[in-house]
Design a protein. Sequence first.
Length: 185
Amino acid sequence: MSFSAYLREGEHVGLRPFRLADGPEFTARVHESRHLHHPWLAPPATTEEYEAYATPLIEGAGRVGFLVCERETGAIAGFVNINNIVYGAFDCGALGYGAFAHAAGRGLFREALGLVVAQAFAPGDEGGLALHRLEANIQPGNAASLALVRGAGFRQEGFSPDFLFVDGAWRDHERWAITADMPGA
């Protein structure tokens, strides 16, 4: 059974918008994936936290969120958000993402990230975001995330000490980016 409202589809995954009704499945997947996410990120683990997290993504004020779903079942495999979207001379957004444990290591997120990049760079009249640049800020020890962006064609642009407050402390991050004119974008 295939979910019919995907914004973009690949061979194994589809992207669709967040819905408030996804809270129970999303938070159940978060609980199953705590060992995978810690210490890199802390997605919402309760329905109330999920609603507060998903509402701005649904409303689309400067950010957009995509649930990554397995095409055959519609099961949520993870999420990719484009945050801090700024248009004008910048036309840029910052990625935030996480796979859920049942989907990790299966290549689903490599496919999903490619779909998100395509959606981000597609012209607005084609339903895309018409961005020029996407950034990903990743903690140096997060080997899986670094491999994901490297494999998607992102280039390393720098290092930001004490960049984000994660897991109770300010954490260093590597800055990676891809632009619409780069190969693979």
